[in-house]
Design a protein around this ligand. Sequence first.
Ligand SMILES: Cc1cc2nc3c(=O)[nH]c(=O)nc-3n(C[C@H](O)[C@H](O)[C@H](O)COP(=O)(O)OP(=O)(O)OC[C@H]3O[C@@H](n4cnc5c(N)ncnc54)[C@H](O)[C@@H]3O)c2cc1C
Length: 447
Amino acid sequence: MSTKNLDAGAIANKKMQADSSYDIVIIGGGLVGASLAVALENSNKSILVVEPIPFSSNQQPSYDERTVALTYSARQIYSAMDVWKDIHGAEPITNIHISNQGNFGQVHLNNTHSGTPALGYVVPTRTIGQTLWDRISQTSNIDMLCPGVAENIIQTDDRCQVEISKSDPSNPKTPGFSSVIETKMVILCDGGRSPLNEKIGLLPDSYNYPQSAILSIVTADRKHDGRAYERFTADGPLAFLPLAATPETPRDSGRYAVVWTTKTDNLEHRISLDDDNFILELQDTFGDRAGVLSQPSPRKSYPLKKSSIKSPTNGRVLALGNAAHTVHPVAGQGFNLGLRDVASLAELIFAADHQELGSQDMIQQYIASRARDTRMVEQFTHSLIGIFSNEYPGISILRNIGLTAVEHCPPAKRFLLNRTMGLHKQKSRLSMGMSLGSPESTRSTTN
Ligand SMILES: Cc1cc2nc3c(=O)[nH]c(=O)nc-3n(C[C@H](O)[C@H](O)[C@H](O)COP(=O)(O)OP(=O)(O)OC[C@H]3O[C@@H](n4cnc5c(N)ncnc54)[C@H](O)[C@@H]3O)c2cc1C
């Protein structure tokens, strides 16, 4: 894959020649903003993506050491966008083992139950980002302003003005400038990270979990055979996600991305452990089901929260992805949900003429189409944390009964499988694997 246009300077030059007026301005070139831009590449709309932090910076918050589990539905969306073929090194998850520390109840999900080649895929966020940014740099109707910070949005009845300053927070010496871009519609994909949300009155309802996630990559002395693990512990869920082998991976070993939810009280202790003691504690918590663990990569922690905006819009501004809803990473749902937002909105934008773009009709239609899925994922992830982090006497017996019941009850298993794969009640064309290139297109891209 070519990386010639991933250089921040090249991208900045490209946007310098651009007009100061676009049909759509996307604020944030992270996982969701960049995915939306690429989904709109064949629309007849002009698009500007504004992103403060260059892809190559190790401060880039969306493309970092994280490895995300993509659902099978996410693969369908990226396939329909003709992007999946360029995302190299995605490791298929063919089965999932769910257990509860100290109890016997277990659930096994398998792709033979779903009839699909995989239940999901594990991909480093940097790989996804590189594919998306590369594609943006080659697409004539999309400009990227990076580094650029959206500072404010001023609205009139029929348009918005986005005030943008150019400064790279990871390199404060970059010369600054400011400009005003006029647009019909602003899509806020800043991950809820900027003060902009508050400035324009999009106030989320937030809750900070008393937990953080510690991330590391470890090697096991056994192959993973596509198996992912979700183990509920007293601290919270501990996930092992199978990774593609690298040339350095020893034969007959497996690499896993570990997402270890840790209570805030325990974080400092766990994050400061040296490699040997970290592995000891991890192995003790996880058991030996994946084999003997070794070689942990440097650890990084993320505080965990949930937040959501009841009505993610103000005038012609619409929030998407984490800017609209942030969920606990248990079950790997956050970005997958954001990508389904992208699929629904892209379809409406394709169908909209210039008059309709950013209109209340269009925005409300989008919000209605996403309300149920968003609510279900928010409730599903939050209740998993509630049920499995609860230490009241008797609850552990109920958890065991629950896991055993799901394992032996086909409808319950099917529900869990559909949630895990993101395949429940798909409504958008992209999530059904159909491209948006032309309304007649029914290209199925799932195989
Ligand atoms: C530990 C952990 C594990 C996870 N694992 C999974 C998983 O397995 N599967 C899954 O689906 N999800 C997972 N997630 C969730 C996933 O990472 C997020 O849902 C996803 O990153 C959201 O993408 P986003 O583009 O909405 O926001 P972000 O990733 O936060 O990106 C926002 C972008 O906006 C930019 N920005 C900020 N302010 C401005 C501004 N003023 N102007 C312009 N741009 C701005 C930022 O620089 C950034 O590039 C996980 C999350 C965590 C914390």
